[in-house]
Design a protein around this ligand. Sequence first.
Ligand code: NAD
Length: 260
Amino acid sequence: MDMKDKIAVVTGAASGIGKQIATVFFQHGAKVAIADLNLEAARTAARELDPSGARAIAVAMDVTNEEQVDAGIKSVADQLGGIDVLVSNAGIQIVAPVQDFDFGQWKKMLAIHLDGAFLTTRACLKYMYAQGRGGSVIYMGSVHSKEASVLKAPYVTAKHGLIGLAKTVAKEGAKYGVRANTICPGFVRTPLVEKQIPEQAKELGISEDDVVKKVMLKETVDGEFTTVDDVAQTALFLAAFPSNALTGQSIVVSHGWYMQ
Ligand code: NAD
C-alpha cells in the first residue's frame, strides 16, 4: 500500500478512528494534516507523528463552518503541496428517541456529519481536480449507513446520506481520477462510544454490560468490537487503490454485524 508523498487530510483526527487513520497513512509514507475542532489535541497528535512538522501538521477546523473549512484546506494545500486524499471522519453522537429529539440537536448532528462532509469535499475537490493526479475521498459512514438502531435518528439519517454523497462524487470525480467510497464500521471503543454506553443504559433501562453485549455487539459473529486499526487498514486500502475500479462503494467492517 504505497502512500509515499501522498497528501492526506483527515478530519476529526485528534482522537479515535481518525487519529489511527492519520497514523497509518503517515507510517505508509503520506504527509498528513490532522484537522480537528480541538486544535490542542490535533497539535499533540501531529507532534507525536512528526516533531519536525514537515510531514504531519495540525489544522483548526470546525467542519460545519464554511470559512474555516475553506481556509483550513487551503492552508493544508499550501503547507504540504496539494491534497490527494480526504478522509471526512469528524463526527459525534447524540442519542434520544425521535419524539423527544431536540430540533437544535438534530440540526447539529446533520451539520457535523453531512454539511461537514460536503464542505470538506468541495474544498478538497478543487485541488484534486486542478492537480491532475487523481485522488481519493473517503467518508466515515457506519453500519448505521445500512441499518437503523433505536435512539439514533439523526445519526442513522446522516450516515445513510453519506453513501449518496459518495456515489455522486464517484460519478462526478471519475473523469479527474477522483474516487469516493464510504467505510461503515461496527462499534469501535473510542470516546464517542464510551460516552454512549451509560447514556444508552439509562435510556433503555439496562446495565452498561448489557448495552455492550446485548445491544452493541449482539449481532456480530463473535461478540468483538471493531478496532481503530481495522478501520484504518480499510482506509489505507481505499486511499492507495490505484484506479477508478473501486469507487462509489461502501465497505462494512463490523465483525459481521451487517452482511451485505
Ligand atoms: P471520537 O470522539 O474519538 O473522535 C471524533 C473527533 O471529531 C474528535 O477529535 C472531535 O474533536 C472531532 N470533531 C467533533 N466535531 C467536530 C467538528 N465540528 N469539526 C471538526 N472536528 C470535530 O470519535 P470516533 O469514534 O473516532 O468517530 C469518528 C467517526 O467514526 C465519526 O464520524 C463516527 O460517527 C464514526 N464511527 C464511529 C464508530 C464507533 O463505534 N466509534 C462506528 C462507526 C462510525
